[in-house]
Design a protein around this ligand. Structure first.
Ligand code: GLC
Length: 441
């Protein structure tokens, strides 16, 4: 079955790149990594940088129009004394996550890793002098936890990010010249090389910020950004490293996963996904716990743990992963609100993980009562809105129906050419997700 899946993936991978500029055939390691990624279903997103000191989200430099040279001085005061990589990874693992994606460099251009390509990095420009990415890489290796890197294409500090994109125009940087763009692209490649050679196996590179050049036609963007060169560099250095790009449109050739920002695949509630086709690549939705990505001291608008669990379930019901964000504080600690939610998700995953990990979207699709996930002959119905009877169209006959995790048998009716009915017992007060396990013939 796995072999068949690999062959099908191999045949469809090129077709799946809806905006393909060139033909791309993923390596066998890459196809295996895609499967592992899909099976994981849950990852932690970390937005952390010197902006955490401003405690006003990761866009504050741009929003408050802080001059680029003044902003860089934050680095001189960055000392996350309580940062403990092993503790973070243990917390994420206990929450049931299988990977983390951390901002190696965000729009403010500050590198959270030791970089020879730019001295504006955590080792050379801060009194802390520790390579937090290196420490996380070691902790992830020890805990057998996958490490992915977010990397911002756009940059608000470098002079050679020229011509400028739509953001960061008012940050009082000197202008570049006609050689700047080529220089900037070389810089990106140099940093990608560092990220992929200094820290062991990396699960994915997660690009963001291509939309900064949205004033230019979308189909010219791969050429503007030299994506082919960067994507093939990544695949050459680590064939199993997945490439994703949060550009809010259908994947370009060379991308291995498709990313959705604050939207489930096929939906556009947040407004970033208008017209974004859903490809056959592995899918991932990123979402915040409160409203912010980077640490925001004022933002206490957290979603409840129950709602986050339901969001994870709905994401799995779409056959996608959830990348759930946390913005660490400048001292290296994770906000208590985030810790509480991670603990609740972890407790739920301990019991219900079977219905999430390694599943695909169920054959029944989303219903008023909820969604379904599937693993072979087993279909998990996730009842997110209370119901007495579930009505569903099934392409196959039901062999058995039971409540999950108790295993107690449930009554069902399935007549030829008619919907199937599953009769539910009353769910105990406070049930987050009432799960039915159907085995199909
Ligand atoms: C947007 C924001 C960026 C954030 C990203 C996460 O692109 O500009 O700050 O890192 O979303 O998905």
């Amino acid at each position: 079955m796995k072999k068949l899946l690999l062959t099908v993936l191999l045949l469809t991978a090129g077709l799946a790149s809806l905006n393909a500029q060139t033909w791309y055939v993923p390596a066998p390691e890459n196809l295996a990594a895609r499967e592992k990624f899909q099976d994981a279903r849950f990852g932690i997103f970390i937005h952390w940088g010197i902006y955490s000191m401003k405690a006003d989200g990761e866009w504050s430099m741009n929003i408050q129009k802080i001059p680029y040279d003044e902003y860089q001085r934050f680095a001189g005061g960055f000392y996350p004394s309580k940062f403990n990589a092993e503790e973070w990874v243990k917390i994420f693992k206990a929450a049931g996550a299988k990977y983390m994606t951390i901002t190696s460099s965000h729009h403010d251009g500050f590198s959270m890793f030791k970089s020879n390509a730019s001295s504006y990095n955590i080792v050379d420009a801060t009194p802390f002098k520790r390579d937090v990415i290196g420490e996380l890489a070691a902790a992830c290796a020890k805990e057998d936890f996958t490490l992915n890197f977010y990397y911002s294409h756009l940059d608000w500090v470098r002079q050679d990010y020229w011509p400028r994109g739509m953001s960061g125009k008012l940050l009082k940087r000197p202008d570049g010249d006609e050689n700047s763009w080529g220089h900037y692209i070389d810089f990106i490649c140099a940093q990608l090389t560092e990220l992929l050679t200094q820290y062991g196996p990396i699960g994915a590179i997660w690009f963001d910020g291509l939309w900064d050049m949205d004033a230019r036609p979308r189909d010219e963007q791969p050429a503007i950004w030299n994506l082919d060169e960067q994507y093939s560099l990544i695949h050459r250095l680590q064939p199993g490293c997945l490439v994703g790009n949060n550009h809010h449109i259908a994947p370009f050739a060379g991308e291995d996963i498709q990313i959705f920002e604050r939207d489930l695949p096929g939906e556009n509630e947040a407004g970033y996904s208008a017209g974004q086709e859903v490809s056959r690549l592995p899918l991932e939705t990123c979402q915040t716990m409160n409203r912010s990505w980077g640490y925001d001291i004022k933002d206490k608008d957290y979603k409840s743990a129950d709602d986050l669990i339901r969001y994870l379930v709905r994401t799995a019901g779409k056959g996608a992963n959830l990348l759930l964000n946390i913005g660490p504080r400048p001292d290296g600690t994770l906000p208590e609100e985030a810790l509480e939610r991670l603990a609740a998700i972890g407790a739920w995953m301990d019991v219900y993980g079977e219905t999430i990990y390694g599943t695909e979207a169920g054959c029944t699709g989303a219903r008023e009562w909820g969604v379904s996930t599937q693993k072979g002959d087993v279909l998990y119905l996730h009842v997110l809105n209370p119901a007495d009877v579930l009505t569903l169209d099934l392409p196959r006959k039901i062999k058995s129906a039971e409540a999950f995790p108790s295993g107690s048998a449930l009554r069902f009716d399935q007549k030829r050419n008619a919907p199937a009915y599953i009769y539910l017992p009353q769910a105990p007060e406070g049930t987050v997700d009432q799960v039915v396990k159907l085995t199909l013939k």
